[in-house]
Design a protein around this ligand. Structure first.
Ligand SMILES: NC(=O)c1ccc[n+]([C@@H]2O[C@H](COP(=O)([O-])OP(=O)(O)OC[C@H]3O[C@@H](n4cnc5c(N)ncnc54)[C@H](O)[C@@H]3O)[C@@H](O)[C@H]2O)c1
Length: 294
């Protein structure tokens, strides 16, 4: 099964059946590691080469769908993927050529129909989509201030819509699909600290939705195993470059982290790279938090 998927994916790399006006599609020729530190491909030696033995500069090019592609983490991952030779189909509700609101299942289906038409071979889906916190959580100091409406909104975007993405990806790319990676959060496995948020509470709907992603991904890993599709999560802690992460917050946050620092966008991309190369890892939640949750 895996070999046939691999061949099928490779055979379409040179397809030019692509309309750049209707969908964002980035094509590069080199297949390089995820390092941004080295500009000379000959000097690159990373996890990607180490784990799968692929030759840098080989003609291998694979296509990946990234949802939440306009966001901090999503755009960084798109950048790293394209810099390393992958083709990327970008999905977001804003700032991409082919926008889609993933809370609308019929819009998601239409998006995938179009994606399939322009790129019949996609081997991975990375769901970076999400809403971080909505009114109520940002200012509330007590559970009674959290409305059911905002709670449901988190579940709708961060959980239900991610399920829609997973389902449609499998529907449209079952025979080529190898990986689904969903972004959960540190707060799926560890409780937000009131102290680092100045007594404000992180929205319970966010925490519930991210914990839901972990459970959903585990079960999808089992459901999709027959198709040799690995389903995993990445649970980042606070990402330093994310808008709104202030020095005051970071200082309090760092004091709770054994490695004493936040994580970086590069480290999120490295986690994606690792999972893309992990052929026998499925149903896992890869926590990158400097030890916060220990
Ligand atoms: N940034 C962090 O520190 C951090 C930490 C832990 C987990 N995460 C998770 O990582 C993921 C990415 O985080 P980020 O910081 O890049 O967030 P972000 O807000 O910058 O990006 C999320 C993207 O999702 C898009 N989006 C929202 N609703 C949508 C919808 N209905 N349809 C289509 N697109 C929609 C937004 O337009 C945005 O571009 C999220 O799931 C987030 O919960 C982030």
């Amino acid at each position: 099964m895996y070999a046939s998927k691999h061949q099928a994916t490779s055979s379409h790399y040179n397809s030019e059946a692509f309309d750049s006006k209707t969908i964002t599609y980035v094509r590069r020729t080199a297949y390089l590691p995820f390092s941004t530190h080295h500009q000379n491909p000959q000097e690159n030696f990373s996890m990607l080469e180490t784990l799968n033995g692929e030759e840098a500069n080989s003609e291998k090019k694979q296509c990946i769908i990234v949802s939440g592609a306009a966001g901090f983490i999503g755009s960084s991952i798109c950048h790293h993927l394209t810099a390393n030779g992958y083709n990327v189909l970008k999905l977001d509700i804003r700032d991409v050529e082919n926008t889609c609101d993933i809370t609308d299942p019929s819009a998601v289906e239409r998006w995938f129909q179009h994606a399939k038409a322009v790129q019949p071979n996609v081997f991975a889906l990375v769901n970076c989509v999400g809403i971080p916190d909505v009114a109520g959580g940002q200012s509330a100091t007590d559970i009674t201030e959290i409305s059911s409406e905002t709670f449901r909104l988190h579940l709708k975007v961060n959980l239900e819509a991610v399920f829609t993405m997973v389902r449609e990806f499998v529907r449209f790319y079952r025979s080529q699909a190898e990986h689904i990676i969903n972004f959960s959060s540190l707060y799926a496995v560890s409780t937000p600290s009131l102290e680092i948020y100045d007594g404000k509470i992180k929205h319970p709907g966010y925490v519930a939705s991210k914990a839901g992603i972990v459970g959903l991904s585990k079960y999808c890993a089992v459901l999709c195993a027959k198709d040799n599709i690995r389903v995993n999560c990445i649970a980042p802690a606070a990402v330093a470059e994310t808008k709104g992460v202030e020095a005051k917050f970071l200082s309090k946050y760092n004091s709770k982290v054994p490695l004493n620092r936040p994580i970086s966008l590069q480290e999120c991309a490295d986690a994606v790279a690792y999972l893309l190369l992990s052929k026998n890892t499925t149903g896992q939640n890869l926590v990158i938090d400097g030890g916060f949750s220990l």
